[in-house]
Design a binder for this molecule. Sequence first.
Ligand code: NAP
Ligand code: ZN
Length: 335
Amino acid sequence: MAHIKGLAAHAAGAEVLPFHYDPGPLAAHDVDIEISHCGVCHSDLHLISNDWGVSQFPFIPGHEVIGRILAMGSEVAGLEKGQRVGLGWQSNSCGVCEWCIQGKENLCPASEATCVRRHGGYADRVRCNARFAIPIPEALESENAAPLLCAGITVYNPLRSHGINPASRVGVVGIGGLGHLAIQFARVFGAEVTAFSTSASKEAEARALGAHRFVNSRETKAMKEVAGSLDFILNTANADQEWNTYVQALRPTGTLCFVGVPPSPVTVAAFPLISGQRALCGSPIGSPHTLREMMDVAARHGIQAKTELFPMAKANEAIDKVKKNKVRYRAVLAN
Ligand code: NAP
Ligand code: ZN
């Protein structure tokens, strides 16, 4: 098999540059995907800057892949050559631990990430364990569906597992790649949705996506007015904020859930947690089963990412635009 050609970061914070590697022989349970589209998730930027201390250079970023199956290992069943599939953050798991057995592969301690210590989707091809190649429903366009593989599942999974329903009042903090999909899914689950944004210019679009209320999180007065009004707040922002204000925005028994990764430790006062029996939690991506369910929900309810398309060769432009918080709402690279 020919080398895989992609764009790799060679040092922390560097631009991505042409790079190729030999994927080696195809293992029995693996598939090779010929990539048509790959979203630019903010986690790629964290990895490129080595914010989390886990990056190994050079590496090809990219973990919101859509493409067609080019080759399948001898033991792969249930997929076909040429079939359109997606690959997200996770590319393998051990398959035998208690979490994998429960269908919660995203919690597997031996989980393998598509572009951590291996090469991801800013490339012509990518390899993964077949269990993590997710069939894409006919009704979804590849460009708008690619961001569902990471941004989509990361917000769908906690909304679903926390039982969001028509009685729920949901807040979404940060209206970027993850946040704009969270508004749509929360709305489909029937919730009343409040968008929290530092970008006043996103109000009309946030409402069009399904938000009932828009709060400019830079306005202290507006933030005070939402006190005690929400059951579930999903933070998708990658920045430090005054988390106590969000805890105060929760009703009794409410939850503040982190999917976005702020750089500093999250500090909150204990008393509002105690008195209102409120909770803080986090959530990592979602399992292959949940990915399939989310794809079906997205196809049937018309949920799609709003995207800005860039040719693969212009990946650095896309990355720069994400860094500046200028993308509305997901940059997608196309081959
Ligand atoms: P993104 O598209 O860049 O969106 C992030 C949003 O955060 C921005 O659009 C902005 O929204 C808000 N924001 C930016 N700077 C801010 C500031 N200084 N103060 C307050 N808000 C600010 O990023 P993304 O791809 O959605 O990813 C968001 C985060 O989720 C990243 O940390 C990423 O690593 C993480 N993530 C986690 C998982 C997981 O499994 N838990 C999966 C994927 C991604 P407004 O303009 O509306 O303020
Ligand atoms: Zn991601």
